[in-house]
Each structure stands twice: as structure tokens, then as C-alpha cells.
Write a protein that binds this ligand. Structure first.
Ligand code: P6P
Length: 331
């Protein structure tokens, strides 16, 4: 049998963590379980009338789709059941969520999660995703978790990754020793190792940015965009724009093919639109683990010290040489 399931892979890789007694392995398993449930819900969204506005509006002022709620509740359920996590921060919740499972209080880890990112794309059948980060708790096991447990910089990450619900459902994650990709085989209900060691191209031809905000970009971004558009075959600069408005889908394509994803400050979002804890840190971790780069434009994203759960930062991430070129124009 040539397949390696996520569970088998996690156990094999557990050797990389001599001090781990299986908690992280079980935690990653719990994330896989939640991902399979959400994949099932996402893939039947149009059929069971769970599409459409849930009516409420989340902390970001966005209309909440029913699948957002299902995604959030599924992860809370899976992580409470699993007992390895003492608290969560979710893009869908204003405040930190202490988990109340039978064993949660002793959980050694905390999770920051965007359960369904890009959810405005659900009812037009565009790929969406889950983005997660795993940290060791700071507070003592057995004690009540605190905000400090979830407000940790990306350079403290234990693991991070995402699930992209697209033409297939893929789980991509890293525990700090490279990036591995798994594709869900629904016929056996298992994530199977399909991309053993993802390394992002140092260079690429794709730039991803919402140019609808072009009138509000910092000068450096405007200058960079002008430069890429002067596509000059002779100087081997045939760039192309690809932007689907779902970060996980845009990021994943660029990770595999090469490219740069940019969400700069705009008039409406002076610190950028993307959330540090739920989108930028985990994706920056994956980008770096795959040999790419991720910056706010002024500092490495993984070195930003968070001050607020829903804080936003500008993001420039992807192929190293492309990120460096954007930074050149921003000087
Ligand atoms: P805009 C989705 O709402 C999201 O958070 C990311 O998934 C996506 O990259 C970005 O916002 C799109 O934002 O302003 O370009 O529509």
C-alpha cells in the first residue's frame, strides 16, 4: 500500500519531538477530524440550504454565513473532545474561548483559528479555507487560561497550517521542520500524504493583490505594481495577476507555483485587512518553512508582538525574491 495517512505521518514524525508524549500528535489528529467534517459540510453547502446569511454580523463587521458558525462550532467541539487544548481564539469570537471539555483544563496547547476564511465566497463556489496556529500555553496546566496564552508572537509557534476546501480538500501544515501537504480521499475518509515536502519557488510570475484599492496604496506598492506591469519579455518580467479574494486559495496557489500575495494598508484598513493572529502569523510560518518570506513591509510577521486578538497588519508574503522586490520599492 503506497499511501501514508495523516495519522501515520504524525506518528512517524513524532520521533522529531523526543519530549512529546503524543499530545501534539493527538491535537493534529483532532484538527484533521474537524477538517473532514467541515469539508463534508462545505461540499454539500448548496444542497442542504445552509447557504446564505446567518443574520448575525461578526466582530469584523462581516455578514456571518451559516458555514462560519458550523466551522467554528466544529473546531470547538473537536478540540474540547480531544482534551489537548485549554483555550482558543477564533476569528468568529470577540474574546478568548476557554475550553470546557473534561480534560481541557490540563491541555498543554492553545489554538488560534479562522475556521472558515473567505466565507463570502461560499455561495459562489469559490475555494475557502481554515487557518490554524498552535502554541504552548503559558499559564500552568490545570489553571484558568489567560489572554496571554493566545496572544503570542509567531516566533513562539509550535505548529500552523491550513485546510483548503477546493477542487479537493487539502491539509497543509508544519511543525517547524518543513511543510507537508495531505489530500483528503473521501472514499476512505483519510488525509493522504500528497505533497511530502513543499518548497515554494524562490521566484515567480504571479502577483496577488486587490487592485480595487489601488487609489489608496502606499507609494511603494503603487511603484511595484507599475514595474510588474511593464512586462518586458526581454527582461523576463512576464508577470500575471491572480487574485480570488480567498486568502487560503491565493496563498496555496502561490506556495506551489511561486508568487507574492500582498494586502497593503488602505484608507479603509490603515493596518491592512488581514488579521495577525488568524491569517498572517500562520501563513507567514508556512511561507518561511517552505523557504519563502513574510513581512508587514516594515518587520518580519513572525516577530510582531500581538497586542490585541483581532489586530490587523499589512502582509507581503510568498516567494522570497518577489517579496524582496516589493520591499525594494517600499524603501
Ligand atoms: P478583499 C476574506 O474575507 C479575506 O479575509 C481573505 O480571505 C482574503 O484574502 C481577503 O479577505 C480579501 O479581501 O478586500 O480583497 O475583498
Amino acid at each position: 500500500m503506497s499511501i501514508t495517512t495523516l495519522g501515520q505521518f504524525i506518528i512517524e514524525k513524532q520521533q522529531d519531538f523526543p519530549f512529546a508524549k503524543g499530545e501534539l500528535s493527538r491535537l493534529l489528529r483532532d484538527i484533521g477530524i474537524a477538517a473532514k467534517i467541515i469539508s463534508r459540510e462545505v461540499n454539500k453547502a448548496g444542497l442542504t440550504q445552509i447557504l446564505g446569511e446567518y443574520g448575525s454580523v461578526n466582530v469584523q463587521g462581516e455578514d456571518v454565513k451559516k458555514l462560519d458558525i458550523i466551522g467554528n462550532e466544529t473546531f470547538i467541539w473537536a478540540l474540547e473532545k480531544g482534551g489537548e487544548v485549554c483555550a482558543m481564539a477564533s476569528e468568529e469570537n470577540d474574546d478568548m474561548i476557554p475550553l470546557r471539555g473534561a480534560y481541557s483544563k490540563n491541555g498543554k496547547y492553545v489554538i488560534c483559528i479562522d475556521p472558515l476564511d473567505g466565507s463570502s465566497n461560499i455561495d459562489v463556489n469559490v475555494s475557502i479555507g481554515t487557518i490554524f496556529s498552535v502554541y504552548r500555553r503559558i499559564s500552568e496546566p490545570g489553571s484558568e487560561p489567560t489572554l496571554n496564552d493566545v496572544l503570542q508572537a509567531g516566533n513562539k509557534l509550535v505548529a500552523a497550517g491550513y485546510i483548503v476546501y477546493g477542487t479537493s480538500t487539502m491539509l497543509v501544515y508544519s511543525t517547524g521542520k518543513g511543510v507537508s501537504g495531505f489530500t483528503l480521499d473521501p472514499s476512505i475518509g483519510e488525509f493522504c500524504l500528497s505533497h511530502p515536502d513543499i518548497v515554494t519557488p524562490t521566484d515567480g510570475k504571479v502577483y496577488s493583490i486587490n487592485e480595487g484599492n489601488a487609489g489608496e496604496f502606499p507609494q511603494g506598492i503603487t511603484d511595484y505594481l507599475k514595474w510588474v506591469k511593464e512586462s518586458d519579455k526581454a527582461s523576463n518580467r512576464p508577470y500575471t495577476a491572480r487574485y480570488i479574494g480567498s486568502m487560503v486559495a491565493d496563498f496555496h496557489r502561490n506556495l506551489l507555483k511561486g508568487g507574492v500575495f500582498i494586502y497593503p494598508p488602505t484608507a479603509k484598513a490603515p493596518n491592512g485587512k488581514l488579521r495577525l493572529m488568524f491569517e498572517c502569523i500562520p501563513m507567514a510560518f508556512i511561507a518561511e518553512q517552505a523557504g519563502g518570506k513574510a513581512t508587514t513591509g516594515t518587520e518580519r510577521i513572525l516577530d510582531v508582538d500581538p497586542s490585541e486578538i483581532h489586530q490587523r497588519v499589512p502582509a507581503i508574503m510568498g516567494s522570497k525574491n518577489m517579496v524582496d522586490m516589493v520591499l525594494e520599492f517600499m524603501k
